[in-house]
Design a protein around this ligand. Structure first.
Ligand code: ASP
Ligand code: MG
Length: 409
């Protein structure tokens, strides 16, 4: 007997036919004694459609985040009900549960909830009755009893966290690609599929833009020690395993992946007084508003003393709020102005092997230089290097860097 959690993304349940196909696949893979939890996303582009609907009604000047979550959580409720009906049609007892019913408890950061705990008693009770339990991904409940969503792509996190809390034997993420690639195959057709990748490398790739997995889900996998198998809904092929350490694959490449992210905006605060406490003031205000700041560069002006420029990047959806905050604080501090640039992208290389391998950065910058791509901001971590460039050059940049690190010769 095994307890497995299987997650199907929006494209896997986009139509009634696909929902029936998912039910069939789950049953075909299930032995009689297996206990199966299926986590699903909203059908197809439902979440985007709901966001458009909200945008047509709301005024962004007001804080609509609670109502937004109330709205977005409905998408997953449609798919859990339909998938449970599909199981019933195939003669398999099943029950749908919302995030709240499944015991997914979150903090109160609307739109970006973080799972604090999972109390899956109801899930276990239904499994013990011989049912397949179909859980709505992407949602949880706050301490006040409000519905909350876990950020775009949050169903991955729901699935991995449930697998951890249930001490599941396996967690499979079914999606429309057949694994994790060394770059987005739509941009680099020769990108290679990996058999395995470590949590740390995957976390970095996800954080830096690899769309396959929500970063938080990889963190959860690492925390609980749940191996995650990312694979295609539409084929039987083995996908990519995300786990603590490599088991079989030779680490032939120091760099594991080249990722890119166009969901980036750059904010420059110009002419900031150079004295202690300024960065604290600015970034604590952004943190209070739950805005993630990514790269930060502080640069001295050769011509003016005691004045610096502060440049940092954030995710594009945070622009409006971030601009308001930064402009207000900028005024208080007497800075010279705020510039927001949306037309930028971030390209990164990731690999644990770069630790102790000097020259990786130079190689990456060399690839960009040869392609005549200008670098605006650079940041590094132990296992990654990122550059902010113009958005329209991003595909070219990924291709050039991938060719540099992965060419067969
Ligand atoms: N439906 C949500 C989204 O589109 C959550 C998910 O798909 O994981 O972001
Ligand atoms: Mg989705």
């Amino acid at each position: 007997m095994a307890l497995v959690v299987k997650k199907f993304g929006g494209s896997s349940v986009a139509t009634p036919e696909k929902i029936l196909a998912v039910a069939q696949r789950v049953l075909a893979e299930k032995s009689l004694e297996d206990k199966v939890v299926v986590v699903v996303s909203a059908m197809g582009d439902t979440t985007d459609d709901l966001i458009s609907l909200a945008n047509a009604v709301m005024d962004p000047v007001y804080n609509n985040s609670r109502e937004m979550d109330m709205l977005l959580a409905t998408g997953e409720q449609i798919s859990i009900a339909l998938l449970s009906m599909a199981f019933a049609r195939l003669g398999q007892p099943a029950i749908s549960l919302t995030g709240m019913q499944a015991g997914v408890q979150s903090n109160t950061a609307y739109g970006k909830g973080r799972i604090l705990d999972i109390t899956p008693e109801r899930v276990l009770a239904e499994l013990n009755k011989g049912k397949i339990v179909v859980v709505a991904g992407f949602q949880g409940v706050t301490p006040d009893g409000d519905i909350i969503t876990l950020g775009r792509g949050g169903s991955d996190t729901s699935a991995v966290a449930l697998a951890g809390a249930l001490r599941a034997d396996a967690c499979e993420i079914f999606t429309d690609v057949d694994g994790i690639y060394s770059a987005d195959p739509r941009v680099v057709p020769t990108a290679r599929k990996m058999k395995e990748i470590t949590y740390n490398e995957m976390l970095e790739m996800a954080r830096l833009g690899a769309g396959v997995m929500q970063p938080r889900s990889v963190e959860m996998g690492k925390f609980y020690g749940v191996p995650i198998h990312v694979r295609s809904t539409f084929t039987q092929n083995e996908g990519t395993f995300i786990r603590e350490e490599y088991t079989v694959e030779e680490k032939e490449f120091i760099i594991r992946g080249v990722t890119h992210d166009t969901n980036v905006a750059k904010i420059a605060v110009l002419g900031v007084p150079d004295r202690p406490g300024i960065a604290y003031k600015l970034f604590s205000a952004l943190a209070e508003a739950n805005i993630d700041v990514d790269m930060i560069v502080q640069s001295v002006r050769s011509t003016q003393k005691n004045i610096i420029d502060m440049v940092f990047t954030i995710a594009q959806p945070d622009i409006v709020q971030a601009r308001q905050i930064v402009e207000k604080i900028g005024e208080e501090l007497g800075t010279m102005g705020v510039q927001v640039e949306e037309n930028v992208a971030k390209v990164s290389v990731v690999g644990a092997g770069m630790l102790g391998n000097p020259g990786i950065a130079a190689n990456m910058f060399g690839a960009l230089a040869d392609a005549e791509i200008n670098i605006e901001v650079i940041s590094t971590s132990e296992i990654s290097i990122s550059c902010v460039i113009k958005a329209e050059q991003v595909n070219e940049a990924v291709q050039a860097i991938h060719a540099r690190f992965f060419s067969a010769s």
